[in-house]
Design a protein around this ligand. Structure first.
Ligand SMILES: O=c1ccn([C@@H]2O[C@H](COP(=O)(O)OP(=O)(O)O[C@H]3O[C@H](CO)[C@@H](O)[C@H](O)[C@H]3O)[C@@H](O)[C@H]2O)c(=O)[nH]1
Length: 334
């Protein structure tokens, strides 16, 4: 393996989130020397410090918007998993500039500092909402991807890869934990739109994608895990079955600010260039320079062949029973 976690020092930005915790566990099991958790929230850091009580984990308070704070944490780091982001769709819609500062400028800062510190590889976490983005969260993540790709063109010593995934079931503030809270509080479930579809994945799958990118991604790659999708109608049916609450009431609340009816993991233009790796898609960087005259004759082959994106509307759907099983499994973890 080209990149080896054994005895390495790894920095996780936004490391106190559910992803950070899951990846920390894997890193520790792979024999890393040190995991550095970088985040803004001292309360969450304190909780994690007590929970782990492990001398291999160190905590850095800082903000990706502030280069100096990243610099303090980046010294002698081998690898970076960049998960820090503003990621809630409605709140980014009300504060788009904040999304820009954290997701775009913050990523640029993390990459600049990583390159200056000769970090070997950085994996930047993105989302399906960055594809044909209509909300500020997705738009800022789309620009984040562009920043990462642009820097990968010149960052010879530091490899930069992007991973993109759909909705992670256990993610804080997302619909599954929100529904559990509603049931605990005796409140009706709230559904935006029965026909809305999303790619659903477990935290384990999200972590596996990032580790795959770490092991196999080439500089400038965007890696996407193939996932099945579900409609909200099936989601709610499965939720009621899993919790054994068949007659629980459901209220319609309508589509929220900035929401799309369905999400795309790969745009049409990307799907044309994507390499099918069975479980994953790999979209290599377009390595042509700005001097297009050099490339005119070749052009890009096959541009007219595919006219659909890889989206949650045309993707394979998850069976009701599979979803029920997944929810039951999730309930044992939550
Ligand atoms: O009370 C609710 C809340 C949500 N939904 C629906 O459930 C689906 C999932 O919603 P949610 O869990 O809030 O996720 P998204 O808004 O799709 O965005 C999430 O998924 C992204 C990846 O696509 C992450 O990057 C974001 O951080 C995360 O908020 C959507 O169709 C919502 O319309 C409801 O029907 N009722």
């Amino acid at each position: 393996m080209l990149f080896n976690l054994n005895k390495s020092t790894v920095l996780i930005t936004g490391g106190t989130g559910s992803f950070g915790e899951a990846v920390t566990n894997i890193l520790l099991s792979q024999g890393v020397n040190e995991v550095r958790i970088f985040s803004r929230d001292e309360k969450k850091q304190d909780e994690l410090r007590k929970k782990y009580s492990n001398s291999k984990i160190s905590f850095y308070i800082g903000d990706v918007r502030d280069k100096e704070s990243i610099n303090d944490a980046m010294n002698n780091v081998d690898y970076v998993f960049h998960a820090a982001a503003l990621k809630q769709v409605p709140s980014c819609e009300f504060f788009p500039l904040e999304a820009m500062k954290t997701n775009v400028i913050g990523t640029s800062n993390v990459l600049d500092v990583a390159i200056a510190n000769k970090v070997k590889k950085v994996i930047c976490l993105s989302t399906d909402k960055a594809v044909y983005p209509i909300n500020a969260m997705g738009q800022s993540k789309a620009l984040m991807e562009k920043v990462a790709l642009a820097k990968s063109r010149t960052s010879k010593g530091t490899q930069i890869c992007i991973t993109r995934y759909g909705n992670v079931l256990a993610s804080r503030g997302s619909v599954f934990p929100v529904f559990l809270e509603k049931v605990r509080g005796g409140l009706p479930l709230t559904v935006t739109d029965d026909e809305m579809t999303r790619f659903i994945m477990t935290l384990e799958e999200a972590v596996n994608l990032v580790l795959y990118a770490f092991e196999s991604g080439i500089n400038g790659d965007t890696l996407v895990q193939k996932s099945k999708s579900v409609s909200m109608k099936i989601f709610i049916d499965a939720f009621k079955i899993a919790l054994n609450i068949p007659d629980y009431s459901v209220e319609k609340i309508g589509i929220r600010h900035g929401e799309k009816k369905y999400e795309a993991l790969l745009g049409e233009e990307e799907l044309l260039r994507a390499v099918d790796l069975e479980k994953f898609y790999r979209v290599p960087i377009d390595s042509r320079g700005l001097n297009y005259e050099q490339y005119m004759e070749e052009g890009i082959a096959g541009l007219a062949e595919i006219n659909e994106s890889y989206n949650s509307n045309n993707a394979e759907r998850m069976d009701l029973q599979d979803l029920v099983d997944l929810f039951k499994q999730e309930l044992t973890i939550t």
